[in-house]
Write a protein that binds this ligand. Structure first.
Ligand code: UDP
Length: 329
């Protein structure tokens, strides 16, 4: 059988495509290359350049391939951009996901893995935050993803489709074998920005907010390494294929690090004391988000292998160097 990976030319989807191929699966990648790259898709996967919201195209893909599962990564993911352009997020992340689900139901695809986000929690009353708390996203990005979670629950109740929703905390790092990493044309995520600053590919780093109710005043996040995150998807696929029920799991390590702590680790690992400017808050940012990560371990048997920020930063640095040389060459 074949797995359809939407967004497989992007950061996390690309690592998923690699991991699926590594375990002998057939992979079809559907990606419109808006932020992904054709070169990031492993040659053994079939790349179809197009939009997952294009129902005629998706119908055709289901007709042409024996797809038993969809891993849906394609999305817009930048919180401040979702604040300034919410309709783009509701179109891309929500409305088009509805089309994809409709095609899946029509074609009888019964297994769906969805990339959700810790942003569905908004500003949680307590951290770590567990899956069963009331959800109250504070930005359009989180709301655009939460609506898909709701759609999935309703679709699963009405049709023969089961799902695993994985709520990602902050994803970082790169394939330990160096085959892939985060290649987004415009870097906005903290570790990517910090390694670019360390390598002199950008002029220092702005810290957005130092007056949050956190130990050092900067925001606290739970940074999870990308292949550890992909492992959770492989386990989710195995769970669904074994007939397992629908499930929603946080994906994080259960420990928080502040922006200032992350910056210190990037400085230490890189050996570069780049400029850090303390700035005001960025719209849409909650103060703290740390995963209650028991369920993914218990229900899917997940065991992380790279729970170490220095290692994650080292991976990000070495990918960034490679990416830079590729562009220079
Ligand atoms: N951040 C920062 N400077 C940057 C990029 C991010 O201070 O150049 C902060 C951001 O305000 C947030 C944290 O780092 O508090 C994580 O942001 P990121 O964009 O990496 O992920 P998000 O949590 O928004 O998904």
């Amino acid at each position: 059988m074949t797995v359809l990976v939407t967004g497989g030319a992007g950061y996390i989807g690309g690592h998923m495509a690699l991991a699926l191929l590594d375990q002998g699966e057939e992979v079809v990648v559907l990606d419109n290359l808006s932020t992904g790259f054709a070169w990031a898709v492993p040659p053994a996967a079939k790349l179809i350049v197009g939009d997952f919201g294009d129902s005629a195209l998706v119908d055709q893909i289901f007709a042409d391939h024996r797809i038993d599962a969809i891993a849906h990564f394609a999305a817009k993911i930048v919180v401040p951009e979702s604040v300034s352009d919410p309709l783009a997020y509701y179109l891309n992340n929500t409305a088009k996901a509805r089309n994809l689900l409709e095609c899946a139901v029509k074609a009888g695809v019964k297994q769906f893995i969805f990339s959700s986000t810790a942003a569905v929690y908004g500003e949680p009353a307590e951290n770590p935050v567990f899956e069963n708390v009331a959800l109250a996203p504070i930005n359009p990005y989180g709301r655009s993803k939460l609506m898909v979670e709701w759609m999935l629950a309703d679709v699963a109740a009405a049709h023969q489709l089961r799902y695993v929703v994985l709520r990602y905390f902050n994803v970082a790092g790169a394939d330990p074998a160096g085959r892939l990493g985060q290649s987004s044309p415009v870097a906005t995520h903290l570790i990517k920005v910090a390694v670019q600053a360390a390598l002199g590919h950008r002029d220092g780093l702005d810290v957005f907010g130092t007056d949050y109710p956190t130990p050092d005043g900067s925001c606290v996040r739970d940074y999870i390494q990308v292949t550890d995150l992909v492992d959770a998807h492989l386990l989710a696929l195995a769970h669904l294929r074994a007939g397992g029920g629908s499930l929603t799991c946080n994906c994080g390590y259960g420990r928080g690090l502040s922006v200032l702590e992350v910056v210190e680790v990037v400085k230490k690992v890189s050996g570069v004391d780049f400029e850090v400017r303390l700035k005001g808050r960025r719209p849409g940012d909650p103060a703290s988000l740390v995963a209650g990560a028991d369920r993914v371990r218990q229900e899917l048997g997940w065991t992380p292998k790279h729970d170490n920020l220095a290692e994650i930063v080292e991976q990000a640095l070495s990918w960034e160097r490679r990416l830079h040389n590729r562009k220079a060459g």
